[in-house]
Design a protein around this ligand. Structure first.
Ligand code: SF4
Length: 336
């Protein structure tokens, strides 16, 4: 799966680096000074690299925990995200990462301890309810067997019950979660689009049925689950498609045990939109009724509010209002 691993000199002897290298004995290993030498090189082809991404093991130096864009959240006043990885093994056509990065290689920051220090610091200094989101610049779980992200970060939040962690994913890598005792201040959140849209746009992701199956197992185990219908994608049949998706997810999962359900509209910054459109000139998504406003591309206001109203009404047939967060006005990310 991973044929080449670049290793920053600074983390060459880090225990996490050594563990990962042991997993890939046949991989070509190349030392580098800083990950940017490989990741930020000019004139790289994201699409070509996506066929066989390398793994880059690196150390993050700053910006471990960042405020989320305004309106991103599930009810708290203070919201942060943190990204132990950049890039994702899935390949969603709407993913903003393709517009943001020059490279499709996976960068894994192995210095988890520095992230944790800043997370705990934020929790201790915050006077409000505080939420943390993982899965912004990557899919939180997709590479779990390699990253062991959960093993390290779940105890950090278990020990700090006044902060909530949301782990955003489309993955079904739940084996380690089934072996961990659930705790209340962790929400495992799955993103969904209707099957027809997922088939067309979410390449390499687990099917909706497999995601639902993973959710059911975790609910039985006692984990709190979030459903994220994000991004909402328009088609002339969107009403039937979303009705079917809500029926499949909300009636299959135990709606009583759901922590929260949210909607997110499709939005991309102008610069990213242009890159994606050039990357996929024949992709119908980018020829749909979008418009630019204040440097962001999104569906025309009329379409967007019709979709949001329709989907909100449908969702509220299954869950009480207090579990519903109607719109996350953010980049199109699952985003993950
Ligand atoms: S949208 Fe999420 S799952 Fe899809 S490629 Fe991007 S990060 Fe991965």
């Amino acid at each position: 799966m991973i044929e080449t691993i670049y290793i920053e000199e600074q983390v060459a002897d880090h225990p996490r680096t050594l563990d990962i290298l042991e997993r890939f004995p046949a991989a070509r290993k190349i030392q580098c000074q800083r990950y940017g030498e490989i990741f930020n090189r000019k004139a790289q082809s994201f699409r070509l690299q996506k066929q066989q991404p390398a793994l880059i093991l690196a150390s993050k130096h700053k910006g471990f925990v960042l405020p989320t864009p305004e309106a991103y959240g599930i009810g708290a006043k203070e919201n942060y995200y943190f990204s132990h990885m950049m890039n994702c093994m899935y390949d969603c056509r709407y993913c903003f990462l393709q517009g943001m990065y020059q490279s499709a290689h996976y960068v894994l920051f192995v210095n988890y301890e520095d992230f944790a220090r800043e997370i705990v610091d934020k929790i201790q200094t915050s006077k409000k309810e505080v939420h943390f989101f993982s899965g912004y610049d990557c899919d939180s779980l997709a590479l779990e067997p390699v990253t062991k992200f959960l093993d390290y970060f779940l105890p950090v939040f278990r020990d700090n019950p006044n902060a909530l962690l949301e782990i955003r994913t489309k993955s079904t890598q739940i084996r380690s979660l089934l072996n961990i005792e659930p705790f209340d201040n962790c929400v495992l959140a799955w993103s969904f689009t209707p099957a027809e849209i997922a088939n067309a746009l979410e390449h390499k992701t687990p099917s909706i049925d497999r995601r639902i199956d993973a959710i059911k197992k975790l609910q039985e185990r006692g984990w709190r689950i979030g459903l994220r219908f994000d991004p909402l994608i328009y088609s002339s049949e969107y009403q039937t498609q979303y009705q079917r998706l809500f029926a499949d997810t909300l009636s299959e999962c135990d709606a009583e045990l759901l922590h929260s359900v949210s909607l997110g509209s499709f939005r991309l910054p102008k610069g990213f939109f242009k890159i994606l459109k050039k990357m996929y000139p024949h992709e119908k998504l980018f020829a749909s009724p979008l418009e630019e406003e204040n440097g962001m591309f999104s569906y025309k206001t009329k379409i967007q509010s019709e979709m949001l109203n329709f989907c909100s009404n449908e969702i509220l047939k299954y869950i009480p209002e207090e579990k519903f967060y109607p719109c996350q006005d953010i980049l199109s990310l699952d985003v993950t």
